[in-house]
Design a binder for this molecule. Structure first.
Ligand SMILES: [Ca+2]
Length: 467
């Protein structure tokens, strides 16, 4: 934000306080899904899924169609994704815990906001108590039966206490908690309400009626379906890949997709309940709303099931922004990271970021202007995958097997035709871009190694479930 607009905001804030006593700054509602692919919202081009509440939000705001998670150090991609979101830091400058890292919710609290957490917390319990002032129905674990999750509330003296078991689906409880928080907030104080759902993450359990809706007509297999991944990407023996046996079959993938879509439709219903509560509170026109997910998921694409790859299905996520200052009914193809969300909210709300935040504000993109530093997108997974994309091309390198893939995303968005052998010039150019990102981010991973391991993966070595 420039100096003049900052001064203008401050003056406006003071004037508003002095005259009307109304909240001078917009409220912030962050709705954050878990493992939701970018291509699972009806209004954004998927005719097979029903997401009426997200569709309405798309109509009321701007949808970013090229929003990415920057990647992960390990298989639990959720963890660094959330650490990046909350700190605005890039991948190599976050840890699994937020200990010692200043966060955006704390910056909003310093600016006079009341901050509230409900839902999945994946960055260690002590950090949650530091990052948020208030909280209800918080899940501090990884995953489990959503009807029996041990949930915690934050007490007035700022410790955790076990929430009373209710037998309700956890996502419904998160929506209840968020709705009640919004309802109870005084009009003269702005809030940040952060809702981290644990869907559509497996076990992908929604109320039975939602599963029935996709049973008769299961979604088709994706365009990039494969029975197994064609080479060892360094993440094939992980838990997420063992959710289904190899070779993957079309029938099995369609069954998993049906559960996935059912979970998303149920999640959409709960999002609708929160948005209804916001509208009923009379504060909808003064509230910035974000809907996003921590990353995507393969669920049959490229023979994979998890999110431990750099294909678009796994690193791209939905991102919808709505509220004061955000154009309605627009789509933006500006490239960005999820770690840019809070810097954007910070600019729109006039809140300065915490120390160490590296994300950039997407406010220029709202009026179609370029976002500095986002001409290309870099992604990383462990020591086994690195990728970079520009407007048209995407290069993925696999350093442990010295392999590269090149995709023309404009002609082949499903990443099915590897052109690395045909286009050495593009591979060299993109490798240069990738190295520049590595230098900027502090990523020390060599892009080739002297003694690569064999590229073939022995699928008989792992014992997947037969779910
Ligand atoms: Ca996740």
């Amino acid at each position: 934000m420039n100096f003049r607009s900052c001064c203008y905001r401050c003056l406006f804030a003071l004037a508003a306080l002095a005259t009307a006593g109304a909240a001078p700054r917009p409220n912030v509602l962050v709705l954050f899904a878990d493992d939701q692919r970018a291509d699972t919202i009806a209004a954004l081009g998927n005719p097979l899924i029903r997401t009426p509440n997200l569709d309405r939000l798309v109509g009321e705001g701007t949808a970013f169609t090229r929003a990415y998670c920057m990647g992960s150090h390990h298989g639990a991609v959720c963890v660094p994704s959330r650490a990046m979101l909350l700190t605005g830091r890039t991948l190599f400058r976050v840890k699994d815990s937020l200990e010692g890292l200043p966060t955006w919710p704390e910056a909003f609290a310093k600016a006079g906001y009341t901050t509230f957490l409900t839902g999945k917390w994946h960055n260690q319990a002590a950090s949650a108590l530091r990052v948020f002032q208030h909280g209800r129905s918080i899940f501090l674990g990884g995953m489990g039966d959503p009807y029996r999750l041990p949930l915690q509330d934050i007490t007035p003296d700022h410790t955790f206490t076990k929430a009373r078991p209710s037998g309700e689906h956890s996502v419904r409880l998160f929506a209840d908690a968020a709705s009640e928080f919004i309802r109870d907030q005084p009009a003269d104080r702005p809030f940040v309400c952060y809702v981290a759902f644990n869907l559509p993450h497996d076990p992908r359990v929604a109320p039975e009626s939602f599963h029935r809706r996709y049973e008769a007509e299961k979604p088709p297999i994706p365009a990039n379906f494969l029975p197994q991944h064609p080479f060892d990407n360094g993440a094939l023996a992980l838990r997420d890949e063992q959710l289904a046996p190899w070779p993957r079959t079309p029938d099995l993938v369609r069954r998993h997709l049906a559960d996935y879509y059912a979970s998303i439709e149920f999640l959409d219903e709960q999002v609708g309940r929160i948005l209804d509560a916001l509208r009923a509170s009379g504060r909808a026109d003064r509230t910035l709303i974000v809907y996003a997910a921590d990353h995507g998921l393969a669920i049959g694409s490229h023979g994979l099931f998890g999110k431990q790859s750099l294909y678009d299905h796994s690193m791209r996520a939905p991102l919808i922004l709505a509220g004061p200052g955000v154009p309605k009914g627009r789509k933006s193809d500006a490239m960005c990271y999820l770690l840019d969300i809070f810097p954007t909210l910070g600019e729109l709300a006039g809140v300065a970021g915490p120390e160490g935040s590296e994300g950039v504000s997407l406010v220029p993109a709202l009026s179609g202007r370029p976002v500095p530093g986002r001409e290309t997108i870099f992604t990383a997974y462990g020591n086994s995958q690195r990728a970079v994309r520009d407007d048209r091309w995407k290069l993925i390198l696999y350093p442990q097997i010295n392999k590269s893939q090149l995709f023309d995303l404009s002609a082949d968005p499903a990443e099915t035709r590897d052109l690395a052998g045909d286009r050495p010039g593009e591979v060299a150019r993109l490798t240069g871009l990738l190295e520049a990102w590595q230098g900027k981010l502090g990523d020390k991973q060599p892009l080739t190694i002297p003694n690569p391991r064999p590229a073939e993966f022995d699928f008989s070595k792992v014992k997947p479930s037969d779910r």
